[in-house]
Design a protein around this ligand. Structure first.
Ligand code: URA
Length: 232
């Protein structure tokens, strides 16, 4: 691959910025100074910029604590997209959200540029559980747990058996679903006669929302977190 692609792939500089670095003679690939941006290197080449060794990667995996008011998309005509939160050093990776949270839903949203990973996490066959904390207008009761556990028929899909955990406060519950259909949690609660007043996703598969992240903050998933989802 070209050296400018390699360096931008490391998140070090944009491809146009690499031009300047090369001009300054501070880019060294496998021991020789690069003279041009289109010089070829391998993925396992050792590349240094100004004495700093870079690590090339093609894919990135980010965790966002999504705040309300943002759409799970890369662009939108009416509302700001969640990609507004992508830090500058990750912009060139062109990440997009893995699945969707409603505009008024908060919490864990994963963004990546790895299409296969995104597809696999969202694939119905993989059955990756998504866990939510929800507040509802009316108290949830034991019979609602059974309604969730039985699964639910909707016009365009059948929701698999889902877990409803009622906390000490019957207006506050945890819900675990296998799919991730449009407004699924809200529709399942509505089936029990309750309206969701607050919704936050707290985990996807084995990956929990990092509570250290303030709304709107992002961090990279650790290697272990990515593997948890890949091997789910
Ligand atoms: N279910 C919903 O109703 N909304 C979300 O944002 C996610 C799951």
């Amino acid at each position: 691959m070209r050296i400018d692609k390699y360096i931008s792939g490391c998140g070090y500089a944009s491809r146009s910025e690499v031009k300047d670095l090369v001009k300054r003679g501070i880019v060294v690939a496998d021991g020789r100074v690069c003279k041009k941006c289109d010089e070829q290197v391998r993925e396992d080449s050792v590349v240094e910029v100004d004495g700093k060794t870079l690590i090339y990667r093609k894919y990135v995996y980010l965790m966002l604590n999504k705040p309300k008011g943002y759409v799970s998309a890369v662009s939108d005509k009416r509302y700001p997209p969640v990609t507004d939160f992508v830090p500058a050093e990750y912009k060139h990776f062109d990440v997009y959200p893995v699945g969707r949270l409603d505009i008024d839903t908060e919490g864990l949203l994963i963004l990546t540029n790895d299409g296969q990973f995104a597809h696999s996490v969202m694939s119905p066959g993989k059955n990756v559980k998504k866990r939510y904390f929800a507040c509802v207008d009316l108290p949830m009761a034991e019979e609602d747990i059974e309604t969730f556990a039985a699964g639910m028929e909707f016009k365009e899909f059948t929701a698999r058996p889902a877990l409803l955990e009622i906390t000490d406060n019957p207006h506050e519950v945890y819900i675990e679903i296998a799919e991730g259909k449009f407004h699924q949690v809200k529709r399942m609660c509505a089936r029990c006669g309750k309206s969701v007043t607050y919704l936050k996703r707290v985990s996807v598969g084995g990956v929990k929302l990092d509570e250290k992240l303030a709304p709107g903050e992002m961090r990279e998933l650790s290697k272990e977190e990515v593997e948890t989802l890949v091997n789910y």
